[in-house]
Design a protein around this ligand. Sequence first.
Ligand code: SAM
Length: 453
Amino acid sequence: MRVVELFCGAGGMSLGLREAGCDVVAAYDAWPVAVENYNRNLGVDHSKVADLGDLLGIVPDLLKLAPDMIAGGPPCQDYSSAGGREEAENARLTLAFALIVASVRPRWFLMENVTGAAKSATWAQARAVLKRAGYGLTESKIDASRYGVPQSRRRFFVIGRQGERDGFLASAIAAAASAQPMTIRDLFGATTPVAVYFPSTSEARRSIWSPDEPAPTIRERSIRPLPESYKPHPDDAALVENGFVYSRPVRAGRGVRSVDEPFPTVTRTTWERPTSRYLSSPHPADPVAASETAVLTVPQISRIQGFPMWWEWRASAKRDVLQMIANAVPAPVACAIGSAILDREAGKTVPAIEGRFFHWLVRRGRSRQSAWNTKSLAGRARHLLGGRTFEVPALELAALESLDEFRAMKKNAQSDLRQALRLLSEYQSEGRQRRRKIQRTPPIEIHPLAEAA
Ligand SMILES: C[S@@+](CC[C@H](N)C(=O)[O-])C[C@H]1O[C@@H](n2cnc3c(N)ncnc32)[C@H](O)[C@@H]1O
């Protein structure tokens, strides 16, 4: 899968997509410092400085590259709670992202933003552009601590694929989540002697895992005793031994976290020590005094954000480093989503049949047995279709009928499969109509970007 990343920052998302197996061939950002960190750490020269609000400047280049997927996290300050929620020029870059995707028309796109974007007027416009361009959308709010980083960071991810039905990847994204959130101890405690060593096949992935977290995919060389020479980093050992860290609270939140919880969302002020105001009036739920907590180093903040130990930050100001870290999509999150996309592209996963389909069939007079059979036939049809769903039911049936495996079936087996798919489409379009009544999509109304400048 050839990927172009827009608003690539220092490369968190690209790193994760590459780890999933994507071939990231180009990346763009307006900030030269981020572009420089991207190229040096990822060992490439394909990241370029560009203003992505200038569609005429970028779309022709992307048309030439003809990527299979466009990924990107347009700036989010205008949506985030820290930014006062006034939608202005930055939010409009979300619209620029949608217009670029609609012009270049890759098979897939992946967009990341803060959760506040999901209900914004700008996303409603961008969404309408993407729907009109023929994309089925999966809109998911994801907690990063369930996808391989010890950080309760909730973000809005939209995955689009040409011709699909909305929600087509939701079950795969949900299935990739871990049952338990990852904790600070899971990451840094894994560097204490009680750890499991799974030698990694890639430089970008760690080899030391906590015994309390789900193991990585087991490979032939996996599970060896920790090498004798292995020494935990003194900063990590000190952090775990202390047991508590401070994070400057957003609004009136708690400042002190135990290492047995995830860290809160990393921001560019995460490194700051408690103010005298906080020390004299701490949060009542703080388990220990903020003055007693460990201080996170910048490399530790970088790792909480999913960057590997070898990642080297370079900038003349510390605040630039923290800004690049805070901006990033944690690589393990991007890797999990990228893997879900690649698996679906390869037909290795199939969207779950929506839970209420069975009840809907029973309400329409089917016996439980017959409803069960229909549901499992619909699942079989989706397997035959390689996990594809189709926005247009007639195209779904046509795709099924074009398959050799389907053609080789007996006539009655074919008609059972067709009937199951038809019923599933009917059920889904009823659901869509219900949802449309609830949330009327505003009409597309696009003002020139220059107007906002
Ligand atoms: C949320 S960050 C993206 C971080 C990136 N996805 C990662 O994982 O590291 C948004 C990026 O948009 C960039 N940006 C802001 N305005 C831009 C513009 N007009 N054109 C291109 N990039 C822009 C910022 O420099 C910032 O790096």
